[in-house]
Structure formats: C-alpha cells, structure tokens
Design a protein around this ligand. Sequence first.
Ligand SMILES: NC(=O)C1=CN([C@@H]2O[C@H](COP(=O)(O)OP(=O)(O)OC[C@H]3O[C@@H](n4cnc5c(N)ncnc54)[C@H](OP(=O)(O)O)[C@@H]3O)[C@@H](O)[C@H]2O)C=CC1
Ligand SMILES: O=C([O-])CC(=O)C(=O)O
Length: 274
Amino acid sequence: MTEQRASSALRVAIAGLGSIGTKIATALDQGIEGLALSAAAVRDPAKHQAFIGGLRHPPKILPIDQLGEVADIVVECAPSSQLRAIVEPAVKRGKAVVVVSVGGLLDNFDLVDLARANGGRIIVPTGALIGLDAVNAAAIGTIHSVKMVTRKPIDGLKGAPFIVQNKIDIDNLGEPLKLFEGSAREAAKGFPANVNVAVALSLAGIGPDRTEIQVWADPTVTRNVHRIEVEADSARFSMGIENIPSENPKTGLITALSVIALLKKQRATLCVGT
Ligand SMILES: NC(=O)C1=CN([C@@H]2O[C@H](COP(=O)(O)OP(=O)(O)OC[C@H]3O[C@@H](n4cnc5c(N)ncnc54)[C@H](OP(=O)(O)O)[C@@H]3O)[C@@H](O)[C@H]2O)C=CC1
Ligand SMILES: O=C([O-])CC(=O)C(=O)O
C-alpha cells in the first residue's frame, strides 16, 4: 500500500475479539481495499495476546470507550451488555458504528438520536440473516406482516434468560419444543444472544412490536435455522437460512462474513445489493 493510500484508509476498530471479532480482524489484517484495522478492545488482553501478536499489523488495544478516538468505523461485536459503552462515545464523536448485538439497541434507542445529533451513524448488518435488502425495499411501500420461525440446536440456546427464568429443561428433549411465540421485542429480552436477527429484521421492516417470531429448541437440527415470511403490497416472499454454528454455538459462521462484506462495500468501486 502506498503512503498516500494508507493515510486515506478508513480506520476500523473492533470491540470484542470473540467468534465474530477475530474473523473480522483477520480479514482486515489480510487486506480489505481502503480499510485498515486501527484498534481493538477486549475484556482480558492477556487472553488475546497470541491472536493479536499473530496479526501482520497488530492493532492498538484500547478500552472500549476509546475506540472512536482512533477509528472512523467501530465494529461492535461484544456481548449486548457492552453495547452502550461502545456506541455512545463513538457516535458522540460523529463516528459510524456497526452494531451486531442489535437486540441491545431496543433498550438503548436514544443512541440513534445521539448519532443523528452528532453526525454519527449506526449500521446494522444483515448478520446471520438473509434478505434485509428486500425487506427494506418492501418497507418503502406497505408491509402487512413479517413472521419468523427460529430453530436452534440445544447447545445454541443453553443459558438463555427465558429458559433459565422459566426453568425449562432442554437438555433431554426427544423432539422439537416451541419455547416462545411473540414479538421480536419480547424475544430479544428472553434470548439476547439468539435472536439479534429478528431485531434486525424488525428494524428493516415493521418494527419490533409487529414482527412475530417463534423460537424452537430442536434436537433434530445441527444448524441455526431461520425461516421468514413477508406479506407486503409489493410482494410476498419467503426466505430461509441454515447457519453453521461457529466456535460460539449461538452464533452462525456467516455473521462475521456479513460484516466483512459490509466493510468491503465502504470503499468498493462496484457495490452490489442494497
Ligand atoms: N446480528 C447478528 O446476526 C448476530 C449477532 N450476534 C451477536 O454478536 C455478539 C458477538 O457474538 P460472538 O462474537 O459470537 O460472541 P463471543 O462471546 O464469541 O465474543 C464476545 C467477545 O466480547 C468480548 N467482551 C466481553 N466483554 C467485554 C468488554 N467489557 N470489553 C471488551 N470486550 C468484551 C469477549 O471477551 P473474552 O474473549 O475475553 O470473553 C469476547 O471476545 C453477541 O452479542 C451475539 O449475540 C451473534 C450472531 C448473529
Ligand atoms: O447466528 C444465528 O443464527 C443468529 C443469532 O445467533 C442471533 O441472531 O443472535
């Protein structure tokens, strides 16, 4: 990279080096046109020393609230409990934040106003889902209904607050069990690490209160399966995706790839898809 190109590169910082963050860091380190990895934030730097040291251009390690100081785009891929601490300081500085823990946005929606007031942006990737381009387009007209059914293997659901609070035993299921049926907003409370996709779908379409979702614990599947039906005045469409779980069984492998694809578009000459 010439010095001129390096200095004009968009600086990207990553909050959280888990299943999603490490893949994004690796892609940036290997080279994405016009982008450079400037910093990362982790809970325990010692735990991540080997990974960071193995990168060709190791980023600075900073506290999560300082990432916006050294980046044009901050990528949030930490637990949703950290969302506010990551997004607030960055958008106050007028920076863009890519939010993957999108369920956490619902209780922190004032961050969108804060971003607007300061020239910042909050960008929600398609993530582990599919077809938010079509939902965005249909929402320009009138969407009548959005219905989603999520099925996950048992390991991908363990520890969800809804399951713990209702003392549901999913360890010995012989057949699929419907755990939840309701709005995307309520689902995000009960399954904060499982249905970010439903919240992203809702924000692209008719909102978290009108987007309907069922969550199933399914011992017969090995993938995180999401099926969606949209009924709109412009089109009716059905979408489905069967995600291979990553090292984190709750998280589909495609999630990190979706963010990498989004980052690539920031400086790409040819952009395909909305
Ligand atoms: N939008 C979508 O489609 C999807 C969104 N998600 C969401 O994306 C998020 C990340 O998922 P995933 O990568 O699988 O999660 P992981 O648990 O694999 O990684 C989370 C990372 O955040 C780090 N972390 C935790 N607390 C802090 C802190 N205080 N400061 C800095 N870093 C911290 C952890 O550090 P340490 O390693 O030290 O524990 C870990 O590296 C989750 O909220 C998940 O629910 C997941 C799938 C799909
Ligand atoms: O990876 C998936 O299939 C979806 C997921 O965990 C989420 O939306 O939080």
